[in-house]
Design a binder for this molecule. Structure first.
Ligand SMILES: Nc1ncnc2c1ncn2[C@@H]1O[C@H](COP(=O)(O)OP(=O)(O)O)[C@@H](O)[C@H]1O
Ligand SMILES: [Mg+2]
Length: 288
């Protein structure tokens, strides 16, 4: 019996022209992609508890997110979605693994440096809005700019543009307890976008909203994602919410299970795909 041995050569498209080999792995596309990654998380592990009573919630997760993507993270309750979002956004520390945002390794930063990075580069939208009750809608939205000491004129211009875009400009002098849940969440979305962060992290942003307010918010997020080329990473358990995204990553028991790309599909078709995958993930089978 003859033994075959193959040489695999990893090269770019230019090099490829010069190498007359059958066994070439062309990584030129991948190299191109890597340049655009705004977030790269590698071999993420996260455990809670102590050595006698340890619960491993994230069991080796790799995620790459490109600039301008609107990605959602789905998975059954307790699968580690919030934990994943919290470590990606540096709200919580990983047990092992690395997270790079804009080529900066978050896992190597000291707390002070991390706080600085968060306020300049990250935006957050939480399920329960996290607005300050003693500040008006406008003051809440301007908060990230007052922290970064943006000049007042520029801050006012950015506020007006964003608040009009999100349909809350008229509410600018109201307090959070004077507006609806949907309006509160659009206020918190404006606050997340105002300092033009590298990434916006949203944990179940529609979780407390009725379906009309939820679809209003998602339409606005999707419009802002396209107009401003902002990158959004959203955790949701709702297939309808996920269908507004360009990619859905499913996690199960702390590992990536699969992912779906919307591509050129219509949102309704993508929604059906997400529903099916979610069904398979939770053990539901479809019968004809
Ligand atoms: N701070 C914590 N301390 C201990 N266990 C936690 C903590 N946060 C989350 N967990 C556990 O990690 C698992 C995943 O939780 P979570 O990330 O909130 O899931 P999901 O958002 O997908 O519902 C759950 O079993 C939860 O009890
Ligand atoms: Mg959660």
């Amino acid at each position: 019996m003859t033994k075959m041995s193959h040489a695999f050569i990893i090269c770019s498209a230019n090099q490829r022209k010069r190498i007359p080999s059958l066994f070439i792995i062309d990584v030129s596309d991948q190299m191109e992609d890597d340049k655009l990654n705004i977030l790269e998380a590698t071999k993420l592990h996260k455990s809670y508890g102590n050595k006698f009573n340890k619960q491993e919630v994230l069991k080796g997760i790799d995620i790459r997110i490109q600039k301008g993507e609107f990605v959602s993270i789905m998975g059954p309750s307790g699968s580690g979605k919030t934990t994943l979002l919290n470590v990606l956004s540096s709200i919580d520390q990983v047990s092992d693994g690395t997270i790079q945002i804009e080529n900066q390794d978050m896992t190597k930063m000291k707390e002070k440096q991390l706080a600085e990075f968060r306020k300049n580069h990250l935006g957050f939208i939480f399920q329960d809005y996290n607005l300050l009750d003693t500040l008006t809608v406008k003051e809440n939205i301007l908060l990230p700019l007052s922290i970064t000491k943006t000049p007042k004129k520029e801050a006012d211009q950015r506020f007006a543009a964003l608040a009009k875009e999100l349909g809350i400009y008229e509410l600018k002098d109201k307090y959070p307890n004077e507006i609806s849940g949907g309006q509160k969440q659009r206020t918190s979305a404006a606050r997340a976008f105002i300092h033009e962060p590298s990434i916006i992290f949203a944990d179940e942003p529609t979780g407390a909203l009725d379906s009309k307010s939820a679809s209003d918010l998602l339409n606005k997020l999707s419009e802002l994602n396209q107009k401003l080329k902002s990158t959004i990473v959203m955790v949701t358990h709702d297939p309808a919410a996920a269908s507004y995204c360009s990619r859905v990553i499913f996690i199960k028991d702390g590992r990536i299970y699969t992912q779906l790309n919307k591509g050129e599909q219509d949102r309704q078709v993508f929604f059906q795909d997400i529903m099916k995958t979610q069904g398979v993930l939770s053990g539901v089978t479809y019968e004809r």
